[in-house]
Design a protein around this ligand. Structure first.
Ligand code: IPM
Ligand code: MN
Length: 356
C-alpha cells in the first residue's frame, strides 16, 4: 500500500527528529512492503520566515489531501514578540481547527527500563504507569469568543469557555472506546462545582457512559485531579477532559513519567485522519547539537500506523524496536544515567530502524 503523509518539520529540533521518524517509517515500508510518500509543508516559525504567515493555505490544502500529518515542533524565541494570532503556535491551533482534529490522545507511560527516571517515589509508580489523556482539542476556551471590553475595573480582556453537548459527546465516546481496549476505566475531569460548561460536561459524559456498561466512570474536579496524578497516578487509566484542562494535565502526566522526550501524541478527526507529533516542544536550546531525542516522534509515527493506517503489526514493530533499543542499553542524552554513553539523534534513528 501507498500512504501520503504531509510532513511539517517545523522549528528548533523539529527537522532533526522528523528525519529520524521518516527513517524508521521507511524501514517499516521496506520490511512490510509499503510506500510512504512525504510532502514537506511549512508551518510555524519556518513558515513565517519563508512566507510571512504561520500557516499558509497551501499547507492546509496539502494536509487535507493527505492520509495523515506528521509534525515535529513549532515555535522559538525568534518569534516570541509577534502578536498572538501571528505566533508560530497559532499554526497548531489553525491546523487542529481546519483539519477537525477534536480528539487529542496523549499517552503517558513509563518504560520498564526507565522506571527510575520518574520524579515520584518508587512505591507510587511501582508496577508501571500507563495513562492516556484524551483531551478535547477544537473547542472550549481556546476557540471561544474572545476580545476586549470596558469594565468597572477598567479595560479588560476575556476568553469564553463554551462546550456543546455534541462536542462533549464525541470526545467522551473516543475516551470510552479507548478504555474498552485498555483497563476499562474512565476518569472525567472538570470543574463542575463552579462552571456551567463543566456541569453540562459531567451530565453528557454520564449519558455516554450508559452505552458502555463495562467501563467504570468516575468524575474529579480538576484541582483534585492534578493532585491525584502525583499522589496516586495508578488510579488513572483513561482521562477525558476539556481543551485547557487537558493541556495542563497532559504536561503533568508526561512529567511523572520522567521522560517527556519519549512521549508521542495523536490528534484525530472523525474517520481515521490524524496529525501525529511528539509531546515535547521545539527545544531551541539544543537544536543542531545532535542531542535531541527522536523517540517521541518515532513513537508518534507508530501511532499513525496504528490509528490512521490501521497497520497493527507495523505499529507494534515500531513500539518493539524502541523497546529493543532501550533493552539493549542504548540511551539518548535526556535519559542517559550512570555511565551510559548517549547516542546522537541520527544514531538513535539508525539503531531503531535497524531493530525494525
Ligand atoms: C500543546 C501546546 C499547545 C496547546 C500550544 C503550543 C498552542 O501547549 O500542544 O499542548 O496549548 O495546545
Ligand atoms: Mn501544552
Amino acid at each position: 500500500m501507498k500512504y501520503r503523509i504531509a510532513v511539517v518539520k517545523g522549528d528548533g529540533i523539529g527537522p532533526e527528529v522528523i528525519d529520524e521518524a521518516t527513517k524508521v517509517l521507511d524501514a517499516v515500508g521496506e520490511r512490510f512492503g509499503h510506500t510512504f510518500e512525504y510532502t514537506y509543508v511549512l508551518a510555524g516559525g519556518a513558515a513565517i520566515d519563508e512566507t510571512g504567515r504561520c500557516l499558509p493555505d497551501e499547507t492546509v490544502d496539502i494536509a487535507k489531501a493527505s492520509d495523515a500529518v506528521l509534525l515535529g515542533a513549532v515555535g522559538g524565541p525568534k518569534w516570541d514578540d509577534l502578536p498572538g494570532d501571528e505566533r508560530p503556535e497559532r499554526a497548531l491551533l489553525g491546523l487542529r481547527k481546519e483539519l477537525g482534529l477534536f480528539a487529542n490522545l496523549r499517552p503517558a507511560m513509563v518504560f520498564d527500563e526507565l522506571a527510575d527516571a520518574s520524579p515520584l517515589k518508587p512505591e507510587i509508580i511501582d508496577g508501571g504507569l500507563d495513562i492516556v489523556v484524551v483531551r478535547e482539542l477544537t473547542g472550549g476556551i481556546y476557540f471561544g469568543e474572545k476580545g476586549f471590553k470596558e469594565t468597572e475595573m477598567g479595560p479588560a480582556a476575556y476568553d469564553v469557555e463554551q462546550y456543546s453537548t455534541e462536542e462533549i459527546r464525541r470526545i467522551a465516546k473516543v475516551a470510552f472506546d479507548m478504555a474498552m481496549k485498555r483497563g476499562k476505566r474512565v476518569t472525567s475531569i472538570d470543574k463542575a462545582n463552579v462552571l456551567e460548561s463543566s456541569r453540562l460536561w459531567r451530565k453528557t459524559v454520564a449519558e455516554v457512559a450508559a452505552d458502555y456498561p463495562e467501563v467504570a466512570l468516575d468524575n474529579m474536579y480538576v484541582d483534585n485531579g492534578a493532585m491525584q496524578l502525583v499522589r496516586n497516578p495508578k488510579h488513572f487509566d483513561v482521562i477525558v477532559t476539556s481543551n485547557i484542562f487537558g493541556d495542563i494535565l497532559s504536561d503533568e502526566a508526561s512529567q511523572i513519567t520522567g521522560s517527556i522526550g519519549m512521549l508521542p501524541s495523536a490528534s484525530l478527526a472523525d474517520g481515521n485522519f490524524g496529525m501525529y507529533e511528539p509531546v515535547h516542544g521545539s527545544a531551541p536550546d539544543i537544536a543542531g547539537t545532535g542531542k535531541a531525542n527522536p523517540l517521541a516522534t518515532i513513537l508518534s509515527a507508530g501511532m499513525m500506523l496504528r490509528y490512521t493506517f490501521g497497520l497493527k503489526e507495523e505499529a507494534d514493530a515500531v513500539d518493539n524496536a524502541v523497546r529493543s533499543f532501550l533493552k539493549a542499553g542504548f540511551r539518548t542524552f535526556d535519559i542517559a544515567t550512570g555511565d551510559a554513553v548517549p547516542l546522537t539523534t541520527a544514531e538513535t534513528g539508525d539503531k531503531v530502524a535497524s531493530f525494525i
